[in-house]
Design a binder for this molecule. Structure first.
Ligand code: PLP
Length: 387
């Protein structure tokens, strides 16, 4: 049995997405910028997809810019806004320590070119308080960037409240919604942000395609120069099959948000059973304000990578930290930014469920996990004794 519980790393593409992409690759060979019928057919595919993506987040299609994924969308938001803001003298940026590297490393680049960055801690709950932002925002603040849902612990940030604080101070607000879109309803109107990043492969679409929603009237400097694609906001011949795939995934995500009613209880059962059956376990992050598919649990005295490998040998795929940093034994930067002690940050596993997760899979995991954890603790103890 192969059990995939790593949907936050990526979600396998929907069969309908694969079919649509294959059809577009085979039947729509034109360049969307061409005037002839081939070009117009490609343009129509992109227009349809743009409408589907806009509908998923309650936006206007003209406000959606397709990118090469979530990382590029975050880069375009932060670098594009920074370029546009620099002449105004506002060079202070506020973000959180639990953001994805796509944001954190872009902020570091901005710091190297003279921006001042305030990186807020969320505390152990993994949820940023509005007061934490209020206390640091100044008339120099140009950008506030806070993710909607966290990729490791799943916590949901109070974006509407935070965005209102930014707006009152005259700063732009960017929300990385890569991990919330497709898992919970996301409406750009309710969020009140100025820019929102999303990524197709997190909700059943293809990898390497994403979008940045940019509120009408917000000025961003394009980061890729070239032709006038995407209304001159992102140059380069469009990835028509990928965009088509994202459109289909968006349509299914809009229709299947109700699946959260099935996934939430499955996640809750997985979590409850692990916490009850495996001694020395604890839940990381706020249990209430989080997406329904994610749980992050620490296992006292067990190196998370060892447990990940032991589970993998049983056919169960989970993750430690974010996918981008797996393979290293660095404790998760998210858990550290939540002020969890280093050993706990090193002992934590993320389980993220998705549309194909079944009751039987959860049964299997809660059955094997206590034995694996026990065995690893025994090995750990005998290793210490040998030393
Ligand atoms: N932002 C968050 C919160 C993510 O979880 C990820 C991917 O894991 C990204 C951004 C990057 O998205 P992409 O993989 O499409 O570049």
């Amino acid at each position: 049995m192969r059990i995939y519980l790593d949907y936050n790393a990526t979600s396998p593409p929907l069969p309908e997405v694969i079919q649509a992409m294959a059809r577009v690759l085979a039947d729509v060979p034109g360049n969307a910028s061409s005037v002839h019928a081939f070009g117009q057919a490609a343009k129509a595919v992109i227009d349809d997809a743009r409408s589907e993506v806009a509908a998923l987040i309650g936006a206007e299609p003209t406000e959606v810019v397709f990118t090469g994924g979530g990382t590029e969308a975050d880069n375009l938001a932060l670098r594009g806004a920074a370029d546009a803001l620099e002449p105004t003298g506002r060079r202070h940026l506020v973000t959180t320590g639990i953001e994805h590297e796509a944001v954190l490393n872009t902020v570091k680049v901005l710091e190297r070119r003279g921006w001042r960055a305030t990186v807020l801690s969320t505390g152990a709950s993994g949820v940023l308080s509005a007061d934490a932002l209020r206390n640091v925002i100044t008339p120099e603040t140009g950008i506030v960037s806070v993710m909607h849902a966290n990729n490791e612990v799943g916590t949901i940030q109070p974006i509407a409240e935070l965005a209102a604080i930014a707006r009152a101070a005259g700063a732009l607000f960017h929300a990385d919604a890569v991990q919330s879109v497709g898992k919970i309803p996301v409406s750009v109107k309710t969020l009140g942000a100025d820019m929102v990043a999303l990524s197709a492969h997190k909700f059943g679409g293809p990898k390497g395609v994403g979008a940045l929603w940019i509120r009408r009237g917000v000025r961003l400097q394009p980061q890729q120069t070239g032709g006038r694609h995407e209304r001159s906001r992102r140059a380069g011949t469009e990835n028509v099959p990928g965009i088509a795939g994202m459109g289909v995934a968006a349509r299914y995500a809009t229709a299947s948000l109700g699946d959260a009613d099935r996934i939430g209880p499955l996640r809750d059962r997985l979590e409850r059973e692990i916490l009850a059956r495996v001694p020395g376990t604890a839940l990381n992050g706020d249990p209430a304000s989080r997406v329904p598919n994610t749980t992050n649990i620490s296992f006292d005295g067990i190196e998370a990578e060892s447990l990940l490998i032991a589970l993998d040998l049983e056919g169960v795929a989970v993750s430690t930290g974010s996918a981008c940093s797996s393979g290293t034994l660095e404790p998760s930067h998210v858990l550290r930014a939540m002020n969890l002690p280093s050993p706990r940050a090193r002992n934590s596993l993320r389980f993220s469920l998705g549309r194909a997760t079944t009751e039987a899979e959860i049964d299997f995991v809660v059955e094997v996990l206590p034995t694996l954890a026990h065995r690893l603790r025994q090995i750990g103890r005998s290793a210490v004794a040998v030393r």
